[in-house]
Design a protein around this ligand. Structure first.
Ligand SMILES: Nc1ncnc2c1ncn2[C@@H]1O[C@H](COP(=O)(O)OP(=O)(O)OP(=O)(O)O)[C@@H](O)[C@H]1O
Ligand SMILES: [Mg+2]
Length: 353
């Protein structure tokens, strides 16, 4: 696997205030993630429906001796989009070149990468919704006909040059499928959403990681961490490291249910996996806006967070957990939110549903 272009600003932008519980990658994660990242379908836990369809597509492509159709993966951060692209490359027995849309600012960036590809190789573009118009237009004929359309000369003498490219597979990943342009989305043969993981699946991820890192953990310990991992393998892996530190310093090193729970309590991660930012956001809607609806910008200003961070990082899980609802007039909480945060009465029942 080769990383063609990296983008520090893009990474910095992703750094969150509380890196333990937020699923975005940050610099110090990278080495850790690389060493525990599954490389094969057998080790890639969960997402079973998606894995089955992918295995068939891969088998078919191999039989036809053709590259795989272009693929688009979307879903919240940390669910395994990049990991899956690596697994596919491994399964196809081809090289994967990894880049991210913000690193493809100038036309020559994308042209350079496309021209460096060899037949059958995979090009992975992360955060593909951030691709600029020029790069997108270069990509269209490359994806459709495996050619680069270049123009040379000026006004009257302008000539179009067609440069053939080897047949390749583009894998795009995005946390915001809605922001992808229609024409780009239409050029992907296979489009899949990654789902949040179940507690059982996350417990398997945790046990696997513990095995790799030589951390002793009981089945119940793995489930205790899984419960608070917001359905997200990246968070599960981060939490096991933190809990393992506690286990080593405060206990005998082994992670049991009690050790896991008391460590996570100290880290202020509750049994829904919420941290202070999530709780502040929900409490604000309950206490100041009677349960909502209230606009995202108002929420962002009130809790001192960036609206985009709230939408990309906090909200997907809160929505999935049924603690938050999105309506045309803004965000609302649900009766479950009141219960979870220990409020006795739902203050404004009518406004909830
Ligand atoms: N299905 C899985 N089984 C086991 N571990 C997984 C799985 N999916 C993800 N992981 C672990 O979670 C980490 C994060 O996954 P990955 O980087 O692929 O997420 P992502 O969806 O690409 O996130 P982002 O949107 O931030 O780029 C990986 O290092 C990997 O170890
Ligand atoms: Mg990724």
């Amino acid at each position: 696997m080769s990383i063609i272009a990296d983008d520090n600003d893009f990474q910095k932008e992703k750094i969150q205030k509380n890196p333990v519980i937020k699923a975005e990658t940050i610099e110090f994660d990278k080495n850790f993630e690389n060493c525990i990242r599954p490389k094969s379908f057998e080790n890639y836990i969960g997402q079973s429906a998606l894995k089955e369809t992918l295995k068939i597509s891969i088998e078919a492509a191999k039989k036809r001796e053709l590259p795989l159709d272009h693929l688009l993966f979307y879903g919240p951060p940390g669910l395994g989009k990049t990991t899956l692209a690596g697994v596919i490359a491994e399964q196809m027995g081809v090289e994967i070149k990894i880049t991210s849309a913000p690193s493809l600012e100038r036309p020559r960036d994308i042209i350079g990468i496309l021209m460096s590809l060899k037949g059958g190789e995979i090009l992975f573009i992360d955060e593909i919704h951030r691709l600029n118009k020029v790069a997108e237009e270069i990509l269209y004929p490359a994806m459709e006909d495996f050619v680069l359309d270049m123009t040379t000369g000026k006004s009257q003498t302008v000539k179009t040059l067609r440069i053939p490219l080897p047949k390749f597979t583009l894998i795009g990943a995005t946390t915001k499928a809605g922001e992808l342009s229609g024409p780009l989305r239409d050029r992907f043969g296979i489009i899949h959403r990654l789902e949040f993981y179940t507690e059982d699946e996350l417990a398997q991820v945790i046990s696997r990681t513990a095995g790799i890192l030589n951390i002793e953990i009981t089945e119940e310990g793995a489930h205790a961490i899984a419960k608070r991992s917001r359905g997200t393998p990246r968070i599960a892996n981060r939490l096991i490291k933190r809990v393992s530190d506690f286990a080593l310093v405060k206990y005998d090193g082994k992670i049991t249910k009690d050790v896991a729970n008391s460590s996570l309590d100290v880290l202020k991660i509750d049994n829904f996996g919420l941290d202070n930012t999530d709780r502040n956001l929900l409490k604000l809607i309950i206490e100041k806006y009677d349960g909502g609806p209230v606009g995202i910008e108002t929420i962002a200003a009130a809790i001192g967070e960036d609206a985009r961070t709230i939408e990309d990082v906090c909200e997907p899980y809160l929505l999935q957990a049924g603690l938050l609802q999105r309506t045309p007039r803004g965000r609302k909480v649900s009766p479950a939110t009141y219960r979870h945060l220990g409020y006795k009465t739902v203050q404004n029942q009518q406004s909830l549903f």
